[in-house]
Write a protein that binds this ligand. Sequence first.
Ligand code: ATP
Ligand code: MG
Length: 402
Amino acid sequence: MDRLFIQAKPIIERLKAAGYEAYYVGGAVRDYILKREIDDVDIATSATPLEIKSVFSNTVDVGIEHGTILVIHERRGYEVTTFRAETNYVDYRRPESVTFIRSLKDDLRRRDFTINAIAMDEEGVMIDPFNGREAIKKKCIKTVGSPTERFGEDALRLMRAVRFVSQLGFKLDNRTEEALIQQAPLLQYIAIERIFLEMEKLLKGKHVKRALKIARKAKLNDYWPSIFNQEQTIEQIINMPIEGLDLMELWLLALYLEKAKEPQKQLKKWKMPTKDMKTLLRALTFLNWRKDNNWTNIQLYRAGKEIAVMVEKIVCVLHHEKPQAITVKIYEKFAEFPITERSQLAITGTDVLEWTRKTPGPWISQLFTQLEEEILNKKIPNEREMIRRWVEKWGNPSSDKC
Ligand code: ATP
Ligand code: MG
């Protein structure tokens, strides 16, 4: 059994010793069967949240109303969730309240896909009433029960279906695919933040093209807020060698292909984190510049290593070439630079003010921009004394004349 399951075993044993049922469930069991790396182990139990808390001394109420208690064991947190049924779905979203139950099978029944509805006991024995293992063997994503009903209950499952295609490289079962196509418009009821999280997992998957093809077939993209929503963009991406691109690079590629007049607005519609948005906007500026120009040392330095790599990989993909060895080439170039960022300069703004005795103003930034160019072009070394002389001349060019 995987190390993570073994580490979590005492939790199951303690719950059982207290008279409850407890199993490993969800993604960890699926990934274990698939021999994929497991990142977190979820446990389901017949004990109610209060009962879970009475069994363990160190717990955190992370989602008590949904039945989830975080149990801290040997400095690790494990989500332990009471068997539950979800009823009364409103507006095609998962219900706010749930009913705690004592039957494992009914807990597995409310799960989305058969591959995610397998439980495993502490000895590794599987409880698989919906034939999830067979679906895994056939590489097939199939809802537990009627796909039309299950997508209708919670439309986020439409996104989850395609992101599992991307992560696992599986196919959709025929009826599940038909229902996905038919129910796609329900995605309009789901909050962008939740769609975004699934989209990111989709883009991180190894089988992005396959997932995008299915999304396009079902027209899920009609309910995405911007970037990747145009059929033409998806079509172009599917025909490009995108295999070496990571998450941010895929966003950048799509953003570039959509030629948006106001890219910031488009990114905002996805509600992505501000930090990522800023990176993408900066990268887009350099990409637009790079398509008509070759890198100079100065431009590479201004872009910075990470953005330069992103841009260069996209340029390759746009030329239908695989972006191989680009990272190494750019890193080698940066290794030759005397400085790779402003903080590496041998002087600071305070030094400049002291040497020039001028009042601060926008001239400082101009000075630093020029200084960086001089150093990068190896006209002066990055040494304090040499820079001081250059700064003094910069502030008083006439002193050059005599
Ligand atoms: P990942 O590897 O990305 O964590 P996961 O399958 O563990 O994938 P989670 O979102 O962590 O996905 O959910 C854990 C489990 O909870 C799933 O395996 C599934 O059984 C169930 N589940 C999660 N979301 C839903 C949903 N919207 N509808 C029904 N069951 C769900
Ligand atoms: Mg999980």
